[in-house]
Design a binder for this molecule. Structure first.
Ligand code: DQA
Length: 156
């Protein structure tokens, strides 16, 4: 359906390696499987999803800039750039879209360098520590932010 809000789910560096990358931390679900699960959940919620991944900071910035015209909200797992990228912070700050920050792992239980995020202060909220399921939780939260479900999760 063309009038469904289109949500950008943006994945940063090394997330293309999910499944083989430190599975005790990130789980064994691949990014392709997460994409499929997101498509099914988006369909259930009445959303469209545009699922992207890049290992390049500048490309992530360009995708965020374009989202202003093409999308209704952004779910972002910026990977390691979460902890380093002022450029991604600035790109998110200039979009008028609701932003949800997402991490598979609970970054606060990990090394101190993962405790600071350049994204949290431009996000509506943060979901971390729930593994691949966090992507579905983020879509459910986004459905409320863009008005396709009510605050209690029922259809708007
Ligand atoms: C991550 C956490 C980051 O600290 C790390 O650099 C990642 C993945 C996560 O999803 O848990 O690449 O964003």
């Amino acid at each position: 359906m063309a009038d469904r809000p289109d949500i950008l789910i943006l994945n940063g560096p090394n997330l293309n390696m999910l499944g083989v990358r430190e599975p005790t931390i990130y789980g064994s679900t691949t990014l392709a499987q997460i994409e499929g699960n997101c498509a099914a959940e988006a369909d259930r919620l009445g959303l469209e999803v545009d699922f992207r991944q890049s290992n390049f900071e500048g490309e992530l910035v360009s995708i965020i800039q374009q989202a202003r015209d093409e999308h209704a909200g952004i779910v972002i797992n910026a990977g390691a750039y979460t902890h380093t990228s002022v450029a991604i912070h600035d790109a998110l700050a200039l979009t008028d879209l609701p932003v949800i920050e997402l991490h598979l792992s609970n970054t606060f239980k990990r090394e101190p360098f993962r405790h600071h995020s350049y994204i949290s202060d431009v996000a509506v909220g943060v979901i971390c520590g729930f593994g691949a399921h966090g992507y579905l939780l983020a879509l459910q939260a986004m459905a409320r932010l863009v008005g396709v479900v009510d605050e209690d999760g029922s259809n708007a």
